[in-house]
Ligand binder design. Sequence first.
Ligand code: NOJ
Length: 562
Amino acid sequence: MDRIYPTRQWYKELVVYQIWPRSFCDGNADGIGDIKGVISKIDYIKQLGANAIWFSPLYKSPQKDYGYDISDYRDIAPEYGTLEEFKQLLALAHEKGLKIIMDLVVNHTSDQHQWFLESRKSKDNPYHDYYFWRAGKKGGKKPPNNWLSTFPGPAWQYDEHLNEYYLHLFAVEQPDLNMDNPRVREEVKNIMRFWLDMGVDGFREDVITFISKKEGLPNGFPLPAARGIEQYVNGPHIHEYLGEFRKEVLDRYTCMTVGEAPMMTPKVALRYIEEGENQQLNMMFHFQHMEADCLFISWIRRPFNLRKLKKVYDNWQTKLYGKAWNALYLENHDQPRIISRYGDECYRAESGKLLATMYLCQSGTPFIYQGQEIGMTNIRLPELDMYVDISTINTYKLFRKLHFKHETIMKIAKEASRDNARTPMQWSAGKNAGFTQADKAWFHINPNYTEVNVEAQLEDPDSLLNYYRKLLALRKENPVFVYGDFKMHYRRSKKLFVYERNFEGEKLLVICVFSDEPVRFRTTGGLKLAGAELLLSNYTVDNPGEDDFLTKPYETRVYLFR
Ligand code: NOJ
């Protein structure tokens, strides 16, 4: 039987560069990243080999959760620029062949959004039912149910004026929208149309699998955080609502979607992303591969376990192949830096190249987070008052409540905090790492910028940055990188991650060594490296045709068989 290959689609050939605007590049010398700054770096992104940009929220926001609390879905935050500037950026990006993907955050709004301000005026206000307002239990003294926020703390906030509580699965300032209200769904569709009509090319949909809550909002299992999560993850009407968005809006445009999906498995994901009539999203950001050094969240730390990582990839790569499409990422604004987690800061460039190869050679659309391509690492801020991320601060409070010592929590925060990913981009060894001309950047800059920066790496042919460029160029030239299948070798190895990809008679062999000590590598399945072309490696290889060799620290090689 002929092999069923994935259908060719433009969104499968994207390489997406993620920008977290506040820390990318400051164009007006106020210490905060902005659209002007992005415009000045468009060529840099293009030359990296990306053909799309995903912007973490640029919208008007009180910035309690750095943009994920939106107060106006149709305008740009003044510190980032104006709508006019955004349109210029969009036109420029399109001119350069870059697609623009916006963040769509509709599980919740800011508490300063007009809808919420109206909703809290009175129980009969037409916007009241845009949110989850409920009477308390026990004569109003206790919240309506036992749910806890995913940023630790209660999920309900009492409002004295209304004598009711409102639901917020994230910060107090992020009230949840009631998607069961058809008027709210109309609002969401109109927001999508607004941006798509302007010309944007798609959406990354924030915690989109949370938008349908179980009717009656029943109590959840007694967990110390995110209690109640089973009552709203992949909720009862989720497929109906996403189907509605697709049919009434998305299908009428050439656009793509990627949904953020905590606790997702391939089996459940297929209900959202399997290609065909009922497909609701093009791809999903699951979290399972981000749990190879922790238990569910980065705050519950465990030693890195390569076998756990390989199992996850094997599962997603093989179960989706030919049916649905993977989204590949190792970093984003919520995840500590990957070299500090799965790599080795003593072998920063080598392990950075290894990690890049490991995920960019898989099947799926790759996402690269700003600074990942130069190997930015965790900043490890030592004092609590140096952190600004609301989830870090709330998690600290929760751990204190659970009787953890201050020192112990700080030790965890240094590795686990989202602030590790949010330090300003390191453009040069100059003032403020070239991020801003202001006296001071809005946030701490990693002191390693004198060594780890774009300028230095552009000049060095062996740099991590130039390795990313080579790898992305190879992906673009060889369809086997994009459309090939996935077969794991050395399944049981704790140090070797080796896989092959096959497509229309071509084969890639990807060798990744997760060890600083020599490991014996031998080809399996009768593969002869002498017959293959060594496309890429992170060391000079004297004898690329050798089928049996001892590896170097974090060595990686990619071979092509034709
Ligand atoms: C996921 C986003 O990536 C994160 O940054 C945000 O805090 C939450 N969703 C809430 O919007």
